[in-house]
Design a protein around this ligand. Sequence first.
Ligand SMILES: [Zn+2]
Length: 138
Amino acid sequence: MATSGARSSRFGGLGQWWGVLAGALLVAAWINRAAGPAVIVTLSAAVLLWSFFQAPVTCGAPVRGRNDGCRNNATGLLMGCHIRQHRWQKLRMLILRRQVRDFCSGLFSDGKATLVTLAAIGSFLSGLVALIPGVALG
Ligand SMILES: [Zn+2]
């Protein structure tokens, strides 16, 4: 699973947005109410994993001499691009507490990142509400 390769060409780039499709299904499942909590939890987990480890966002790792950081494509909010030093950069930022703020500002650095971040927050809340019935409104 963790191997990187020429996997993305199969879907012509659109395939990496499958998390958005899963997110749409998740919203539909909530509206419908016909889908059971198991479906909602599964979809929530899928969207969350996608946004953390697969979503096509910008790497954004600090690069000397650039204010906006690395512009390569990264795989997910928690991962960097193919450059080895960048790969774990964001997880490292989360561990080092004084860099958490930098990490958080990176979550809304551009439209793509904001969309993926909102998907992560939404799916997290959705999964939480589905898992703990007492939290649900009705
Ligand atoms: Zn990078």
